[in-house]
Design a protein. Structure first.
Length: 337
């Protein structure tokens, strides 16, 4: 489909590769017809590194490979915000970093990387409250820190996307929306992810309500799904490394068809809003986890990514949402013909 306005398809590139080599990641995505990717973990020849630890020569090599494979970075898929809000032992392995240091070093580094890869988007998170604590009690402190991150990104002409995820202060759509309301900054948008709600025990109808809560602050969408789990998980700590029931978007409990049909009506206004900030459009970023996922990443393999992309395209077709995959005209253009 090529109707306008249309969503932009992307993927967490490391999910498409078993060994995380850059060529393996880029080959898989290019073969699937994608033109954008989000950068998280990658091996540029000297071992697997998170994007935050890439050296200048590695960045330069990746930029050359991007040109060769016809890819552009949709977002820096950073781990910003996946640290403790409070320096308190709580039985988790989550790190604590003093915030002034975190802002000056980690956030500044993420901004540098966004400029190096010519993207306007940095994905991040809403900080961990102490395990077992009520996240509502930490909204003010989380919003204060996220506001400072958003301002740092804004000063660098970038936008910070806050993803909904279990165990964080912003673990539900409603909580994330409240953070967005309190921060009230143009440098902050929200990133929806249906599976990150279903793993907490949300029903399909409840996931849609969380989606509706996030819509006023929406920036882009991560796409993965999960088979229905018991509502008994609600409000409890989720052991992310044990989750094993991720599925493509057309067979899970996330209700993607209804969500994406709703997104269709938002596309004209949301695309215009994002374009004013230099963002090319509204991204759907595949993060399927169909071979498993955990706290800091997941894997699908090249076949799993292909299955997940075809699944998403079926949902988009049913919801009548326009999108584009590479075709022969794109190949001719790449050849200068």
């Amino acid at each position: 489909m090529t109707k306008s306005p249309h969503i932009l398809l992307s993927a967490l590139a490391d999910e498409a590769a078993f060994h995380l080599a850059a060529v393996e990641q880029f080959s898989a995505l290019a073969a699937l017809g994608l033109e954008y990717y989000s950068l998280r973990n990658i091996d540029v020849g000297k071992g697997v590194k998170n994007v935050m630890k890439l050296t200048l020569p590695e960045i330069q090599k990746l930029r050359h490979l991007e040109d060769e494979y016809g890819l552009n970075v949709a977002s820096i898929a950073s781990p910003i915000g996946k640290v403790k809000l409070v320096d308190k032992a709580d039985g988790t392995k989550n790190a604590y970093v003093p915030f002034k240091q975190y802002l000056a070093k980690d956030v500044a580094r993420a901004c540098e990387l966004a400029h190096a890869f010519e993207t306007k988007l940095i994905r991040g998170f809403s900080f961990y409250p102490p395990k077992g604590a009520k996240p509502e009690a930490f909204l003010e402190e989380a919003a204060d820190r996220i506001g400072k991150i958003a301002e740092a990104c804004h000063r660098s002409d970038l936008t910070f996307g806050l993803e909904v995820e279990a165990n964080l202060v912003g673990q539900t759509g409603a909580l994330l929306a409240e953070i967005h309301r309190r921060v009230n900054h143009p440098g902050l948008v929200l990133v929806f992810d249906a599976a990150n709600l279903t793993v907490q025990g949300f029903s399909t109808a409840e996931v849609f309500r969380e989606w509706e809560a996030m819509k006023p602050g929406l920036g882009w969408v991560h796409v993965k799904d999960y088979r229905k789990v018991s509502g008994k998980a609600r409000g409890r700590h989720v052991e992310e490394d044990t989750l094993a029931n991720f599925v493509p978007a057309d067979i899970g409990a996330g209700g993607h068809e209804k969500i994406l049909a709703d997104l269709k009506g938002m596309l004209p206004a949301l695309s215009k809003k994002l374009e004013k900030r230099g963002i090319p459009g509204v991204f759907l970023d595949l993060e399927p986890h169909v071979r498993g996922g955990g706290q800091f990443g997941g894997t699908s393999g090249p076949d799993g990514m292909g299955i997940a992309l075809r699944s998403l395209c079926r949902v988009l077709d049913r919801a009548k949402v326009a999108y584009h995959l590479r075709d022969f005209d794109d190949l001719l253009a790449a050849r200068g013909l």
